[in-house]
Design a protein around this ligand. Structure first.
Ligand code: SF4
Ligand code: SF4
Length: 758
């Protein structure tokens, strides 16, 4: 980890460009030390509000499907829509300019403003103007730009880049804004409340609105058939920006164009709910510029005739559109749901998990698409947990976008003999052998785990040696502060085959389907007893369970951007599972991250025919299978697993895995535990922060533990209200994180249920 004297002294602009890896590490430390409390509070509030607001939408899923379909079709027909839009704008007597690059856009806007002898411009609601660095271009031409969104105003005063796509100054606490205004404006006015701060800013801004020669706005959407702009906002400043001055320039990326005004409705339903959780923002404007009403004229001044310019910006978007993966980012409506539902983003915000303009899970694709690939390095903070997937109103597969960015960044690395040799030894596919040693190590964890399990006592003794931890930290970046779980003397496969096999057949009930338990590598080499407990629970409800061979599933490789290696592993696994899928066997998957692979990631790794079989197969988390079978066959689970008999007590704290929730496979565990008599408190955090290899990495250990702090705090709060609880979690990573944070053993729900059997 890079050494920084005092992270609090770093200005966010110094670490906005993450092409230099040190900037990313410095940014993480800076945000953790200064911004984290405000970012957490604000993003988590948006997140809670979004859950509440979208839950009230009876047709939420259909709305998302419609939104996706509108965007897919609009991007597919973009050249035609742009031609149609140009004709509409000109028919309205507006001006239309399609800028190929940021420099083109800046030049055009500067020329228009200079032509109007504009000296002062009010601006708002345009992150695209941040992308093209418009303010710098205009200021260089002697034109003053006044940001009119309160948040943008704060950032302009502080000279910082946005940290969030809809709430750019969300990293500021009220106290920090007070200190900033007092310092920059040298004022003694009382600025201790939100009202006082807003009043102060409003008075400063009002002067600018009255004096402005031109207004620059963005646009949430633009209708090709009419040239209408849709703008959603909370403060009313956009209405003033677009209506008071005689000259209005609207700037937007070309991806904002949709066929018709009738398409706006779907997005008006989704955008505010997905962003802040409001059913509607305070102001929704559908403008059809240039307006007919005369513009404002200050007393003693002549009102000039209105003029409107629509500046559409390409700046890499056409290249994104041609890219088979990156084009999906063009569907983004910039709602921020993916930021607010992301545990890493909630902890550090967009000054670490973001670049010069765009932030969060989707931000990497935008930085890479409109700027430089390496500035998307912050997308390493996407752990692929998939919590944002169900939250995105246009169903963008954000983790897949980031895995592809990671692959492209791997390919930017120089080849070396050491990396190639390491790749050959560990099984990386040839093209992935360019990836750094750390990535190849984590991608091929199963190779090391297999070897270590063969000599478990020796491996456990050696990996505890400080010299070995230091070596591992230096060579493969495994942080020495992270406690390593011990390797077991026998694998899951070995324990299973040691058991008398009559057990399965003898307890199977007629009419109950066969189950293949998938022996994932994490359980096979890390927690074989847990795997056996899962088989035990499934058999208790009468299922005929067989254990599969243990094969890598590609999760570890894909998360390192080693997509070719992941694809090879996925295909080998699909081959092994094929006969079971043919027979309609239920496949139970203990590890939620692997379940998520089978549910969605394999769509990218398998060919269409193979994926079709996967898409129709029944992949279930074990307790999902148990509840489903129990309901189907009227089995009373409380008579099989009696909580009162558990030596661990009946009071538990349960944390479900992030991907288990994304796969809708978490609530079943809670229902079973409660049915069986356990008193269950559940965690509400989006992710524990461990996220597979992420929390092991030297660069991200501190962030991982900071994310985990929300979970640890929830455990402490639950226990303060009535005593200790047994910690229960469904993912291997969550176990390791809770173990590290709480210093106590953690059980899996299946182990808890087995413990009731006596
Ligand atoms: S996949 Fe997880 S870590 Fe990545 S952006 Fe989405 S929520 Fe964040
Ligand atoms: S990727 Fe989806 S969730 Fe994220 S900002 Fe864009 S539309 Fe919203």
């Amino acid at each position: 980890m890079a050494t920084v004297v005092n992270p609090a002294d770093i200005n966010p602009r110094q670490v906005a460009n993450k092409s230099d890896k040190k900037a990313l590490l410095d940014a993480i430390r800076m945000t953790l030390s200064v911004q984290s409390p405000a970012v957490r509070r604000n993003t988590q509030t948006f997140n809670r509000n979004r859950y509440a607001a979208t839950a009230l939408l009876p047709d939420y899923n259909e709305l998302k499907d419609r939104a996706r379909q509108i965007k897919e079709s609009a991007i597919a027909h973009l050249p035609d829509l742009l031609r149609q839009l140009e004709a509409s704008v000109r028919a309205n007597r507006g001006h239309f300019y399609l800028a190929k690059t940021a420099a083109d856009a800046n030049q055009y806007i500067r020329d228009v403003l200079v032509g109007h002898e504009a000296k002062l411009v009010v601006k708002g609601k345009s992150i695209t103007s941040e992308e093209i660095k418009l303010n710098h271009a205009l200021e260089a031409a002697g034109i003053t730009v006044a940001e009119t969104d309160l948040a943008e105003f704060i950032l302009q005063v502080a000279d910082e880049q946005p940290s969030h796509i809809i709430a750019p100054a969300l990293h500021y606490s009220r106290e920090r804004i007070t200190a900033l205004f007092k310092r920059k404006f040298s004022t003694d006015l009382p600025l201790d409340t939100g009202e006082e701060l807003t009043k102060f800013a409003r008075e400063k801004l009002r002067e600018q609105f009255i004096a402005a020669d031109a207004g620059i706005s963005g646009a949430n959407l633009i209708a090709a058939d009419s040239g209408s702009l849709m703008l959603v906002e909370s403060e009313g400043n956009i209405r003033m920006t677009t209506t008071l001055p005689p000259l209005h320039i609207a700037i937007a990326g070309i991806e904002k164009v949709v066929p018709s005004r009738t398409d706006f409705g779907t997005f008006i339903e989704l955008l505010p709910r997905s962003g802040t959780g409001q059913p509607l923002t305070s102001y929704v404007s559908i403008l059809h510029p240039p307006l007919k009403a005369p513009p404002f004229a200050a007393p003693g001044k002549m009102a000039k005739p209105r003029q409107f310019h629509l500046v559409l910006i390409d700046n890499g978007r056409s290249r994104m559109r041609e890219n088979p993966v990156l084009h999906e980012a063009l569907y983004c409506i910039r709602c921020s749901a993916c930021l607010n539902s992301c545990a890493n983003f909630e902890t550090v915000g967009g000054h670490a998990f973001g670049g010069e303009t765009y932030s969060g899970g989707i931000g990497g694709s935008w930085e890479a698409g409109t700027g430089k690939l390496l500035n998307a390095r912050f997308s390493e903070l996407c752990t692929g947990c998939s919590r944002c997937l169900p939250q995105c109103p246009v169903r963008i597969d954000i983790p897949w976008l980031n895995e592809n960015l990671r692959q492209r960044m791997n390919f930017e690395q120089p080849r070396s003999a050491a990396k190639s040799a390491f790749g050959v030894m560990t099984g990386s596919v040839r093209e992935d052998r360019v990836a750094p040693l750390q990535k190849q190590f984590f991608a091929n964890y199963h190779v090391f785990a297999k070897a270590a399990t063969g000599f478990a006592s020796l491996a456990n003794a050696v990996t505890r040696l400080p010299s070995m931890r230091s070596l591992m930290e230096n060579v493969v970046g495994l942080d020495r502060r992270r406690k390593l779980p011990p390797f077991p003397p026998k694998t899951w496969e070995q324990l299973y085959h040691d058991q008398p096999q009559r057990a399965a057949a003898s307890i199977a009930k007629p009419g109950i389907p066969a189950v293949l338990m998938f022996a994932d590598v994490f359980t096979n080499y890390g927690s074989p007893e847990r795997g056996m407990a899962a088989i035990g629970v499934l058999r208790e409800v009468g299922l005929n369970v067989e254990l599969s061979p243990s094969l890598p599933d590609g999760r570890a490789a894909i998360s390192q951007g080693m997509i070719a290696t992941a694809r090879q592993q996925a295909n080998a696994l699909a081959e092994m599972l094929a006969p079971y899928l043919e027979k309609g066997t239920i496949i139970c998957v203990l590890q939620p991250s692997v379940l998520a692979m089978f549910h969605s990631d394999y769509a990218h790794l398998l060919d269409a025919a193979r994926w079709k079989k996967f898409a129709h197969a029944r992949f279930l988390e074990p307790l999902q299978a148990v509840l489903s079978i129990a309901k189907e066959h009227g089995t009373d689970l409380s008579q099989i697993f009696r909580a009162s008999k558990s030596p661990h007590g009946t009071r538990v704290f349960y944390h479900s895995h992030c991907q288990q929730r994304s796969c809708d496979a978490a609530w079943q565990t809670v229902e079973i535990l409660r049915l069986c008599g356990f008193d269950v408190v559940t965690s509400s955090v989006e992710c524990c922060g461990m996220a597979g290899s992420f929390g092991y990495k030297r660069e991200y250990y501190e962030l991982s533990m900071a994310v985990g702090e929300d979970l640890f705090a929830q455990v402490r709060a639950a226990e303060q209200q009535g005593g200790a609880r047994t910690l229960v979690a469904s993912g291997t990573s969550c176990h390791e994180q809770l173990w590290a944070g709480m210093g106590r053993e953690v059980m899996h729900p299946v182990e808890l249920l087995v413990s009731t059997l006596g």
